[in-house]
Design a protein around this ligand. Structure first.
Ligand code: HEC
Ligand code: HEC
Length: 329
């Protein structure tokens, strides 16, 4: 490297530093939750309020039981807030706070750059087992505006403490479904029902949703949902269930959460068509996604129920091979 190149390199670094993501850290734990009541009754305020309503009472506006058939976008009677707890503000329950600052974002599932709208439709087609909302619909605008409202004040690219789900090391063994069933009966069935069917507010067909949402069966999330992957469900359950649990006071042990999550994902649920088209760049397919192809000859059973640490090793090899091939091009 000659002197000029060296100086150029130095300058390039200096210019790049201020936009590095890790520059700004935001914690969702000491951040006051934004108050909808304080918003004026203008266009923005009204759309935020509708977005909030769509989040907590999804079933009443775009669910499969609403009167206007054209509005039946969701395929089940869950609410977004069935998973995204506390109106999608609870840390480590996939909060939407800061999502506006984190998108557009590369997503392996599509092997493409994904916008906030794409991400909303990701959950519409999987978690809600339904159809994509048109980008120009009032409902899509309301979701994006509500997410924007929750994210106000968080700089683009900030590192957010409390985002997504909290990492937890999974036991290095195949999950034990019989042990999971025992945990389910003791810790979950009182609310979610003996058959995971949940407890409705009213009666079938009334579009009023659930007091306790279903965990499996025809009215739950489909098999393409993030919650249907064992490691994702395990982290969510460990830090958020039974209701009232947070990452500060887990109720279940690591083993109990792992096994009960496996019991839940072993149960029948709606099937997402063309699942095998997810993660077109196979090197970054999550190790707990149990559709083909499988890393270096692992079985579907191992992708679904573990043990995961050996799969992680294999996935790292796959990534290294992919990157080596890219370098040759
Ligand atoms: C069955 C549980 C479930 C339901 C119901 C659900 N989601 Fe999600 N959502 C998830 C999970 C799990 C993730 C994160 C993991 C992943 O898929 O990568 C997520 C992620 C998201 C994200 C990105 C968050 C981030 O930190 O990047 C958005 C935005 C989102 N969901 C919107 C919605 C909307 C809008 C609805 C309702 C129409 C909804 N979700 C319903 C489980 C759910
Ligand atoms: C006291 C009642 C209660 C108990 C006990 C409980 N849950 Fe939940 N669960 C809820 C409620 C209510 C929600 C909806 C989110 C909210 O309002 O907090 C929920 C949401 C969920 C969700 C996401 C939504 C869905 O339909 O998939 C999962 C997964 C879940 N619970 C799993 C479990 C598991 C596993 C256990 C047992 C370890 C459990 N829950 C115990 C009340 C409960």
């Amino acid at each position: 490297m000659n002197a000029r190149q060296w100086v150029f390199g130095l300058l390039a670094t200096a210019v790049a530093v201020p936009v590095l993501a890790s520059e700004t850290k935001v914690s969702l734990f000491d951040r006051p939750v934004q108050k909808i009541e304080d918003l004026p009754d203008d266009h923005y305020g009204r759309l935020v309020r509708y977005g909030h309503e769509l989040t907590t009472r999804t079933f009443a506006h775009i669910g499969p039981e609403v009167k206007d058939k054209k509005m039946r976008f969701a395929g089940n009677n869950l609410a977004c807030a069935s998973c995204h707890q506390d109106n999608a503000t609870k840390p480590f329950a996939m909060p939407w706070t800061g999502v506006t600052a984190a998108f557009p974002q590369y997503r392996g599932r599509e092997d493409d750059l994904s916008t906030v709208e794409d991400r909303v439709n990701g959950c519409m087609q999987r978690s809600m087992s339904g159809k994509a909302l048109p980008f120009e619909s009032r409902e899509m605008k309301a979701y994006v505006t509500y997410i924007h409202f929750l994210s106000r004040g968080i700089p683009v690219g900030a590192e957010i403490e409390g985002a997504a789900t909290k990492r937890a090391r999974a036991p290095n063994r195949r999950a034990d479904l019989a042990a999971g069933e025992a945990v389910y009966v003791a810790q979950c069935a009182a609310c979610h029902g003996a058959n995971g069917e949940g407890v409705r507010v009213g009666v079938k067909g009334d579009a009023q949703g659930y007091v306790f949402p279903p965990l499996w069966g025809a009215d739950s999330f489909n098999d393409g949902a993030g919650m249907n992957r064992l490691l994702m469900a395990y982290r969510y359950i460990l830090h958020n269930m039974p209701q009232g649990t947070s990452h500060l006071n887990p109720t279940l042990s690591v083993d109990e959460a792992y096994d009960v999550a496996a019991y839940m994902v072993s149960k029948p649920r709606p099937h997402k068509k063309h699942l095998d088209r997810d993660f077109p760049a196979r090197w970054n397919k999550p190790i707990d996604a149990s559709f083909p192809p499988y890393v270096h000859g692992a079985t579907p059973d191992q992708h679904k129920y573990g043990p995961f640490p050996p799969l992680l090793e294999k996935a790292k090899q796959l990534e290294a091979e992919y990157k080596a091939k890219q370098a040759v091009k």
